[in-house]
Structures are given as C-alpha cells and as structure tokens.
Write a protein that binds this ligand. Structure first.
Ligand SMILES: [Zn+2]
Ligand SMILES: [Zn+2]
Length: 138
C-alpha cells in the first residue's frame, strides 16, 4: 500500500502536514462516508491541532486539482469530498439529510448515459447523482 506522502509526491504535490492529514481523514472515512469541508476540518484539527479553515480549503483544492480527492457537489447541499478517485463511481444522495453514498458504476441500457449528441465534445466522464431517501429518512 502506498503511503500518503508517496501519493502526494506521485501527484506532483509537495508533502505538507495539512495535506497528509486531509488525505488521511478522507481515507479513514471510507467509501460510504463523504465528508463536507467542515467534517474534514474537524478531522484535521483532531490530528494536527490548530489549522485554519483557509488552509484546509486550500489543501482540498490542491488535492482535487491533483486528482487525489474528488468533490461531489449535489445541487442544494454542501460540497462533499472523498479520496476514492479514478473509478468513475456514482453517488446516491438523500434528499432529507444529505447523506451521500457510493453507487458502483452504472452499466446497462439507461439511455441517458450515452449522449446521442455531444456537440463535438469528447466525453470521458458522466457525473450521475441518484436522488432519494436514505434508510433512516424513509
Ligand atoms: Zn437521509
Ligand atoms: Zn464516492
């Protein structure tokens, strides 16, 4: 298993305490948890003590830019972050509480997943969010 510092280096980022902490917080949250920036901040502070909001946001931005972190931005809820990247999985979001869970890549015949015309764009990703109610809110 590659260390957190190695992942940063491989992505061309300088290894800093806050960046390592942000990645570790997201890693330890696991696949079914998608953390808000506030959750990440709380986790980072739990590890490092005093870290500013801005520093944490800057880390998230740098990590996202280096494709080590993925941001999910469901309409009407705060952005959520995860460190599960590169597999183009999808998300289901609860309309009531905002809980966000991973949905494996959708295969099959849903016609909307294959654009009939993309106006000349070369498509490499489809961002799919399924909306509904989580088990707790049903
Ligand atoms: Zn819910
Ligand atoms: Zn996810």
């Amino acid at each position: 298993m590659t260390s957190t510092s190695d992942r940063l280096r491989t992505a061309g980022l300088r290894v800093t305490g806050p960046r390592v902490a942000v990645l570790e917080v997201l890693d330890s949250a696991g696949g079914s948890q998608h953390l808000t920036a506030a959750d990440v901040l709380a986790g980072v502070r739990g590890r490092l003590g005093a870290v500013s909001v801005q520093a944490t946001y800057d880390c998230l931005e740098a990590l996202e830019g280096a494709s080590l972190v993925r941001r999910i931005q469901p309409a009407g809820s705060p952005a959520r972050f995860e460190s599960r990247v590169g597999d183009n999985h999808h998300h289901a979001v609860c309309r009531a509480c905002g809980r966000t869970t991973d949905v494996e890549c959708v295969h099959g015949a849903s016609p909307c997943l294959t654009p009939s015309s993309a106006d000349g764009f070369r498509i490499d990703e489809a961002e799919v969010i399924f909306w509904g109610l989580c088990p707790d809110c049903t």
